[in-house]
Design a protein around this ligand. Structure first.
Ligand code: G3I
Length: 383
């Protein structure tokens, strides 16, 4: 356990969760935070990588955080790993038919390598029609199974070999389980190839990114209402094992808060779900952590405290699994969070789902993450 000269962990949590904001007028990382250590160093003390999503959309846009100096500053101080928010999705790389455009992804890769930050890849097959270019869906739908297999393998080869060993961990398949039915989503890929679409994606990733951790990533969560989704993901993971598909880990996205209903938690069922996953031999990652505060009170102090408490409870459970050694937030600064668009609050105030406020000041959520790392058991491997 890392030693520090600040307040005790208990005082720290109580202070952080019980008050609205600490050091309101301080710069990006106030003295107490520096003294306590960055999130990446607190995580590293336990053998964990900490990081965030970053986006290379237009400056000033929600998914354009890479263009923002304050955001970049937080990434370099706090993060040992980052993930492009949208830039490695097929709708960016292959927006135009039969053309590969890595320009936006390359800007993030360049930023990561020049700052000594590791990079995850998201995602090779997002098996949802809403997030796949129409030309690509039409093409796959028109192909024989053998031709569709070749198309998918070629695409994955092209993307994996472009980033080579820089991407040490890939979300190979994202969100292929329908949360309502627990079945595989119905897309041209699954229509033409069935389950084999997933097998082929992982095999192609293994072939072209031989050293990378290969991840199935999804958003089943611990709140009530996720039962079918969790069951569906378990069945899928069982099938991967039964058919020898090279999947190393489950990426638990961790968009907690379930549209604001942060209290409706199924702690026992969630632990049983995680126990089953690790029992099958899978590693775990937190790939997209944030806290949706849609239905929490408007007052920022009360809201931040509830968000932080909820986060701490969740992270404590997740970090108790030593199979988990990545924690990535889906954004570090509120004003760049996808939730500002996808889940607007009724009182029309902005969501506060990330560790830093819009003036780059750490919030109680940051303290909660730090405290969770401090109380986490140490992993065996070094980062
Ligand atoms: O680039 C266009 C821009 O030209 C246009 O003016 C603007 C108008 O809406 O849209 C821009 O594209 C948006 C894009 O983000 C970049 O900002 C899309 O509409 C919007 O749908 C897209 O949202 C992303 C979403 O995935 C869908 O790809 C979010 O930024 C991103 O945070 C979100 O991330 C997902 C993970 O990949 C998977 N898990 C859930 C997570 C949250 O939804």
């Amino acid at each position: 356990m890392r030693s520090h000269s600040g307040p005790s962990r208990r005082e720290f949590i109580v202070g952080a969760l019980g008050t609205s904001a600490v050091s309101i007028l301080s710069p990006v990382l106030p003295a107490w935070a520096e003294a306590k250590g960055s999130l990446k160093s607190l995580a590293a003390d336990k053998g964990i990588l900490f990081g965030s999503a970053v986006g290379a959309s237009a400056p000033g846009s929600l998914a354009g955080s890479l263009n923002d100096a304050g955001y970049r500053d937080i990434l370099t101080k706090e993060c040992s790993v980052l993930v492009p928010e949208n830039e490695l999705k097929s709708y960016v790389i292959a927006a135009q038919p039969d053309t590969y455009n890595f320009e936006r992804g390359d800007r993030i890769a360049q930023f990561a390598s020049s700052n000594g930050i590791k990079m995850r890849g998201h995602t090779l097959l997002w098996n949802r029609v809403e997030y796949t270019p129409k030309w690509l869906l039409d093409r796959v739908a028109s192909l024989s199974p053998a031709a569709a297999e070749k198309f998918l393998r070629d695409y994955i080869q092209r993307v994996c070999t472009h980033y080579r060993d820089q991407v040490h961990s890939w979300d190979v398949v994202n969100e292929t389980v329908d949360p309502k039915s627990g079945q595989l989503r119905d897309t041209p890929f699954t229509k033409v190839l069935g389950f084999d679409a997933l097998r082929i994606a992982f095999e192609a990733a293994r072939e072209n990114a031989p050293k990378a951790q290969l991840v199935y990533n999804d958003y089943m969560s611990w709140e009530a209402g996720n039962e079918r989704h969790r069951d569906g993901v378990l069945r899928l993971l069982e099938q991967f094992k039964a058919r020898n598909v090279p999947v190393n880990a489950l990426g638990v996205q961790s968009h907690i808060g379930n549209d604001g209903h942060i209290r409706d938690i199924q702690d026992k069922q969630w632990r049983a779900f995680l126990d089953t996953v690790v029992g099958m031999g899978y590693e775990l990652l937190i790939t997209e952590f944030d806290v949706n505060d849609k239905d929490l009170p408007g007052d920022p102090g009360t809201r931040d405290a509830q968000v932080a408490a909820s986060a701490k409870g969740y992270l404590d459970v997740m970090l108790s699994y030593k199979q988990l050694d990545h924690v990535l937030c889906w954004g570090m600064v509120d004003k760049f969070s996808w939730l500002q668009n996808f889940s607007k609050r009724h009182d029309k105030t902005p969501q506060r789902p990330t560790p830093y406020d819009d003036n780059y000041r750490p919030k109680p959520l940051r303290d909660a993450i730090a405290a969770a790392f401090e109380s986490a058991p140490k992993r065996n491997r070094d980062q």
